[in-house]
Write a protein that binds this ligand. Structure first.
Ligand code: SGN
Ligand code: CA
Length: 537
């Protein structure tokens, strides 16, 4: 009893001090912005009209584009590892894959690790997270005041939703549910005496690219421009030749492309994971079938083969993928509308990004993983009235390690020493600071794994990109001149004229690995880089 009393007396002043500090931190002040972080899954920048690609002009994203109009669009935004789990762990921790340790999908994130949403929560923010979590079962322990997440990858129709109270199947379309949960929290459930941070993580437009029923036919009949390298032969690029992410060879005709077996039949062709369709209600299924039937019947009647079928598959992929984006864009619009109608937008940072980029037929591919441009890049748009000039375009290279320090910086909260990125605030002035990074480090690990992309690391400079693919069956270097070869079709590693460039890039790669403390993957010795002829495939 006595001991307990003494403990209570000793603890009392500490408690008082702690509560006061918390109260100070929680005190409202105009300097503390709200944060709305919207991240989709596998959303290619080529499919966002603010980036201006020919594909996106045929399937515009007017609401996502509003963020670029209100604030800034980053034209050189990259991830450090183009895969969902590692990218999400980077977003939360501000660290590269080897440093946070979540190097490939299937790892388990430690919810006790330092993450920026908890740092904000401890500084007096109210925080919430809705949508795809994917790095372990749920965000329990992260410190969100509210959360509802999809199970693992999540399903488009009638998904399993995990909440602090348990798990249940919820009827509806994933993107719409995530938008609804987010708006409900923003409007009705958050503690309005505090600044807020909300993470809205869409599953869309991840494979298997299922649009909302209202969008299934949105792009049917639209013909999208075929990428110039759709029929790539992968010459001189051994790892590119060995992948399994080709639209006309590896996509499942039923599961991915929703092709039916014969005219008049709703039965899908090869459907490796039938769960995505089986969980629809009878009504949803009937509506889906009716919406797809005419287009599938036309395809079956045409009896396409070879390159003609490959071209048809590209169109079907684009129509479905972009149809899936449509609900995301509507959801972004609904969130922006709410912020504007309530006046909250004036003191709110809004970000739109994706967990990585994606191939829309470039090299003949879907999926991501490679250091090549379409997947290493990720869209990044941000608005913050009064702090970011409307209509800005920022060309300085940024990476997903920069998100955590940016939010903390704007919120006036000190970040963990372990953060490896840098606040983007420095880029909202007239020109980037002289010491802003000029090149970006990349390291992908997941092999063996889906799509058979070999492990690799590399550096992307302003003009050149140097890559090393490594593993039991490969040890190949590649070099690209992005100025003359933006499609990365010509591996210049054996070009004698590139000797100096290669040495300089290799030296940078060694320095970057040292800077980030990455000793995973094979060490680089300058003499290792023989100018071997690239293998013919
Ligand atoms: C699933 C997909 C793959 C994809 C991985 C990783 N197959 O396995 O195509 O590469 O996720 O994606 S699916 O048909 O089951 O969707 S990630 O975004 O989670 O990294
Ligand atoms: Ca992803």
């Amino acid at each position: 009893m006595r001991r307990i009393l003494i403990a209570a007396i000793v603890a009392a002043p500490l408690l008082t001090a702690g509560t006061e500090a918390a109260a100070r931190a929680a005190a409202p002040g105009p300097a503390r912005p709200n944060i709305v972080y919207i991240m989709s899954d596998d959303h290619a920048y080529q499919a966002i009209s603010a980036y201006g690609s020919a594909v996106s002009n045929l399937a515009p994203t007017p609401n996502i584009d509003r963020i670029a109009r209100n604030g800034a669009i980053f034209t050189n935004s990259f991830v450090g590892n183009s895969l969902c789990g590692p990218s999400r762990a980077t977003l939360l921790t501000g660290r590269q894959s080897h440093a946070h340790g979540f190097r490939q999908n299937g790892a388990t994130f430690d919810n006790n690790a330092w993450v920026w949403p908890r740092a904000l929560s401890e500084a007096g923010y109210t925080t919430a997270m809705f949508g795809k979590w994917h790095i372990n079962y749920s965000p329990a322990g992260i410190g969100f005041d509210d959360w509802k997440v999809l199970d693992d990858q999540g399903e488009y129709y009638n998904p399993d939703i995990i909440t602090p109270k348990g798990r249940s199947v919820v009827e509806g379309y994933a993107t719409d549910l995530i938008t609804e949960y987010s708006l409900d929290w923003l409007k009705n459930r958050r503690d309005k005496s505090k600044p807020f941070a909300i993470l809205i993580h869409h599953k869309a437009p991840h494979r298997n690219f299922m649009p909302a029923l209202r969008h299934v036919q949105k792009y049917q009949g639209v013909s999208f421009p075929l990428p110039a390298n759709y029929f790539d032969d992968y010459r001189g690029r051994k790892a590119a030749a060995a992948q399994e992410m080709n639209i006309y060879r590896d996509m499942y005709e039923g599961h991915d492309l929703k092709m039916t077996v014969a005219a008049g039949s709703p039965q899908l062709r090869y459907n490796r994971w039938p769960g995505a369709f089986d969980r629809m209600t009878h009504r949803q299924q009937a509506e889906w079938d009716a919406l797809m039937q005419p287009d599938n019947d036309r395809m079956n009647a045409a009896k396409l083969t070879g390159p003609d079928m490959a071209r048809w598959k590209y169109q079907r992929y684009m129509q479905q993928y972009l149809g899936t984006v449509a609900a995301v864009d509507e959801g972004v619009g609904a969130v922006l509308d709410y912020l504007e109608d309530s006046g909250l937008d004036r003191n709110t940072i809004v970000v739109y990004t994706s967990d990585q980029g994606f191939y829309l037929g470039e090299h003949g591919w879907f999926d991501k993983r490679f250091i090549y441009e379409e997947s290493m890049r990720t869209p990044f748009l941000i608005q913050y009235p009064g702090h970011i000039r409307p209509g800005s375009r920022v060309a300085a290279p940024i990476q997903n390690i920069d998100y955590a320090p940016t939010f903390l910086d704007f919120a006036g909260v000190k970040g963990a020493d372990t953060i490896q990125g840098r606040s983007l605030r420095a880029l909202f002035g007239a020109r980037p600071p002289a010491d802003w990074r000029k090149d970006v480090y990349y390291h992908y690990y997941e092999y063996p794994g889906f799509h058979a992309v070999r492990a690799h690391y590399g550096v992307r400079g302003e003009r050149y990109k140097l890559v090393r693919f490594y593993g039991a069956d490969v040890d190949e270097w590649e070099l690209y001149d992005l100025k003359t070869d933006p499609g990365e079709m010509h591996n210049r590693i054996a070009d004698p004229a590139m000797g100096r460039v290669i040495t300089a890039l290799k030296t940078r790669l060694i320095a970057l690995r040292r800077q980030y403390g990455d000793d995973t993957g094979p060490a680089i010795a300058l003499t290792n880089l023989r100018q071997r002829r690239p293998a013919r495939s």
